[in-house]
Ligand binder design. Structure first.
Ligand code: PLP
Length: 387
C-alpha cells in the first residue's frame, strides 16, 4: 500500500500476493493449451493440476473434487441447480433454502426458479437460526425432490461465523444437500470440508490474495455433481467447459498454499489487531454499534454503525481521509445499496454501516491511520449533532 493511504477493504478484494503474481505472470507467458497433448500443453496442464492439489490440500478435499470456475459467483450458479447426477443416475433437488444473509451470488438462487427458493432467518447478531431451518426442512415436500440448503461459513459484511457443522447434521438428517460459501472464511480461519460436513464448498481466488478470474466449486465426494452450467469441450471432466484460465488458476493455487500455511497464527494475529482497533473505536465513541461483536467472527472484519452516519457519506469521508473501506454491500454500479444483511438482522436497512476489513500485510501505520480517520470523522458527527 502507498504510504499515504490505508487499504482496509480486503473483503471486497485482497491485495495480490507476491507468490500469486509470480505464478500468474509465469503462466501468462506459457503458450500451450492445457488440453493439448504436446509438451507445451502438458506443461500448462501440470501447473493447473498442481494448483488443484494446493487448493484441495488447503481445504482437506480430494484434488479430483475441485472444479475450477471463473470465480465464486459462477461456482454458486454451478452448484445451485435442481439438476444433479449421482454417478449415472439423475437426482432432483426440489427446493433451495438460503439464509437471509447470503451474498447475492447465492441469495439470487442460481438456476432455481424464484418460486423454489425459501429464505430462513438469522438472529439479531447475524447468526443463522437453525431451529427455524430445521422446522422448514421438516415441512419440505419430498415429492418435489431433495432439499438443498445454502449457508455461508462467514458473512462478508459482519464477518459473523455461521454454525455450519450443526447445520450439516440437520440438513443430512432431512436427507438434504448443504452448499457452503466459504469465500470470506478461506485464508482467515482454518478450513476442512470433512470436519464441516459441507457437501460443497465455494471459494474465490481474489479474496485470498490470488488474481481475479478464478474460483472453485469443491465437492466432499466425487459422485454427486450438478449439471454443467457451461457446456462445450468437456474441460474439468465435463463440469465446466472452456479453456482453463491457467494464469489465474495457478495464481490461485499459489495463494491457497500461502493462505493455508500457519493459519492459526495468522488468525490469532489478525484477531489481536481487530480487538485493538475496536477497543480504540469504542474508546472514541462508546455508543458505537459493532455488529456481531458478541458472537464468533472473522478476525479481520469490523462492521459498525454510528449515530447520524450514512453509509455513502461515511465511505466518502474515510476515502478523503486516505482510508479505503466499504459499506459492505456495494453493488456493481459502485452505488451503496441498502444492506439486506442488516435487514435480515432486524435493523432498518437505511441505517448507515461501514466495514473495515484487513489482512496479514496490513501495517500498524494503516491501523493507526484508520483510527485517526475514525476519530476525526466521529468528531465531526458529534459537532454536527451539537449544532
Ligand atoms: N460470496 C461471498 C461471501 C463474497 O464476499 C463474494 C464477493 O464479494 C462472492 C461470493 C462472489 O465472489 P466472486 O467475486 O469470486 O464472484
Amino acid at each position: 500500500m502507498s504510504n499515504t493511504r490505508a487499504y482496509m477493504d480486503w473483503n471486497a478484494t485482497a491485495p495480490l500476493l507476491d507468490e500469486a503474481r509470480e505464478a500468474f505472470l509465469r503462466l501468462a507467458l506459457m503458450e500451450g493449451n492445457p488440453s493439448s497433448v504436446h509438451k507445451e500443453g502438458r506443461a500448462v496442464r501440470a501447473e493447473i493440476e498442481s494448483a488443484r492439489r494446493s487448493i484441495a490440500l488447503a481445504l482437506n478435499a480430494r484434488p479430483a473434487s475441485v472444479v475450477f470456475t471463473s470465480g465464486a459467483t459462477e461456482a454458486a450458479n454451478l452448484a445451485l441447480t435442481p439438476d444433479y447426477r449421482m454417478g449415472r443416475a439423475a437426482l432432483t433437488i426440489g427446493r433451495l433454502y438460503v439464509s437471509g444473509i447470503e451474498h447475492k451470488a447465492i441469495f439470487e438462487g442460481g438456476r432455481f426458479p424464484a418460486s423454489a427458493v425459501s429464505v430462513f432467518p438469522v438472529t439479531g447478531d447475524g447468526v443463522a437460526d437453525l431451529a427455524a431451518l430445521d422446522a422448514m426442512l421438516a415441512g419440505h415436500d419430498k415429492s418435489s425432490g431433495l432439499p438443498m440448503v445454502a449457508l455461508m461459513l462467514a458473512n462478508n459484511e459482519t464477518g459473523v461465523i455461521q454454525p455450519v457443522r450443526e447445520a450439516a447434521s440437520i440438513v443430512h438428517r432431512h436427507g438434504g444437500v448443504l452448499v457452503v460459501d466459504a469465500v470470506q472464511a478461506f485464508g482467515r480461519i482454518a478450513l476442512d470440508i470433512e470436519a464441516l460436513g459441507a457437501d460443497f464448498l465455494i471459494v474465490s481466488s481474489h479474496k485470498i490474495g490470488g488474481p481475479k478470474g478464478a474460483g472453485a466449486l469443491v465437492a466432499r465426494g466425487e459422485t454427486m455433481m450438478p449439471s454443467a452450467l457451461i457446456r462445450g469441450g468437456g474441460q474439468e471432466k465435463g463440469h465446466r467447459s472452456g479453456t482453463e484460465n491457467a494464469a489465474s488458476i495457478t495464481g490461485f493455487g499459489a495463494a491457497a498454499q500461502a493462505a493455508a500455511s500457519d493459519i492459526d497464527t495468522r488468525t490469532a494475529t489478525l484477531a489481536a489487531r481487530r480487538d485493538r482497533l475496536e477497543a480504540a473505536m469504542l474508546d472514541i465513541v462508546p455508543g458505537i454499534v459493532i455488529h456481531g461483536r458478541l458472537v464468533d467472527r472473522l478476525p479481520n472484519t469490523t462492521f459498525f454503525s454510528l449515530d447520524g452516519m450514512k453509509s455513502e457519506t461515511g465511505q466518502i469521508a474515510f476515502d478523503l481521509e486516505g482510508v479505503a473501506l466499504s459499506a459492505g454491500s456495494a453493488c456493481s454500479s459502485g452505488k451503496v445499496g441498502e444492506s439486506h444483511v442488516l435487514m435480515a438482522m432486524g435493523f432498518d436497512p437505511r441505517m448507515g454501516a461501514l466495514r473495515i476489513s484487513f489482512g496479514h500485510s496490513t501495517s500498524e501505520t494503516d491501523m493507526e491511520r484508520t483510527i485517526a480517520a475514525f476519530r476525526r470523522i466521529a468528531g465531526r458527527l458529534t459537532k454536527a449533532d451539537a449544532a
